[in-house]
Design a protein around this ligand. Structure first.
Ligand code: PGA
Length: 253
């Protein structure tokens, strides 16, 4: 049985004060759902990681970073390593979020190095995959998702997948208010799980959590979570308000 997992991706939002206030509010409200077996994480901007980790310390809420660099240390101006993230209290890290792929220009090879470095260093990567609107219209969804997945996980041994989460985030649904229907999401989630079974083995595929992301809101979270291959939610905009994020966490029980 896969434990539901709800993660909030704050993106480039909040200031120090609102980040800590939001983290505290989520930590206070997440205790009950956590007792029911939901994993919860928040992913603030790098500069607030330490303050947010302190704010949720002792609670059921884990902290994730939104990105990482694959080298351990050295002359990589502006970058942040796995060990630095662990040092400030991170458990998770997003890898290959669509905004990094399509706004910043990250390629699959770089995403793969980040996933591998995270796993090797003891951080749990959340590998984001998903097609553009034009790719869906051209019936390329499975090809794109398959490429993101195969290249993103390249070189990982089966046992290393235990620390990896996959997030399916159709780019056309991110921040647009246009959510994939539960059926559309389930179709791709099942495709991902079958592909994982082909690439590794059935037991590993059964164990891996596949989150959905893209305009998740309190009023669509439960119907999405009702789909058999949806194991959790990666929430952007609706994670910036404690009450809506907490409603989404509760819907994941
Ligand atoms: P959204 O973002 O919930 O605002 O659509 C999701 C994401 O990008 O992770």
């Amino acid at each position: 049985m896969r434990k539901p997992f709800v993660a909030g991706n704050w993106k480039m939002n909040t200031v120090a004060q609102s980040a800590v206030a939001l983290a505290k509010a989520v930590a206070a409200e997440a205790a009950a759902p956590a007792e029911h077996g939901v994993d919860v994480a928040v992913c603030p901007p790098f500069v607030y990681l330490q303050a947010v980790a302190a704010a949720v310390d002792g609670s059921a809420v884990a902290v994730g970073a939104q990105d990482v660099y694959f080298e351990q240390q050295g002359a990589f101006t502006g970058e942040v390593s796995v060990s630095m993230l662990k040092d400030v209290g991170c458990t998770y890290v997003l890898c290959g979020h669509s905004e990094r792929r399509h706004v910043i220009g990250e390629a699959d090879e770089l995403v793969n190095k980040k996933v591998a470095a995270a796993v090797a260093g003891g951080l749990k990567p959340i590998l984001c995959v998903g097609e553009l609107k034009s790719e869906r219209q051209d019936s390329q969804t499975e090809q794109v998702v398959s490429r993101h997945l195969k290249k993103g996980l390249a070189g990982l041994a089966t046992e290393q997948l235990a620390s990896v989460t996959i997030a399916y985030e159709p780019v056309w649904a991110i921040g647009t208010g246009l959510t994939a229907t539960p059926q559309q999401a389930q179709q791709v989630h099942a495709f991902i799980r079958n592909l994982l079974a082909d690439l590794y083995d059935a037991a590993t595929a059964e164990r891996m959590r596949i989150l959905y992301g893209g305009s998740v809101k309190p009023d669509n979270a439960a119907e999405l979570m009702a789909e058999p291959d949806l194991d959790g939610l990666l929430v952007g905009g609706a994670s910036l308000k404690a009450d809506s994020f907490v409603q989404i966490i509760r819907a994941a029980i």
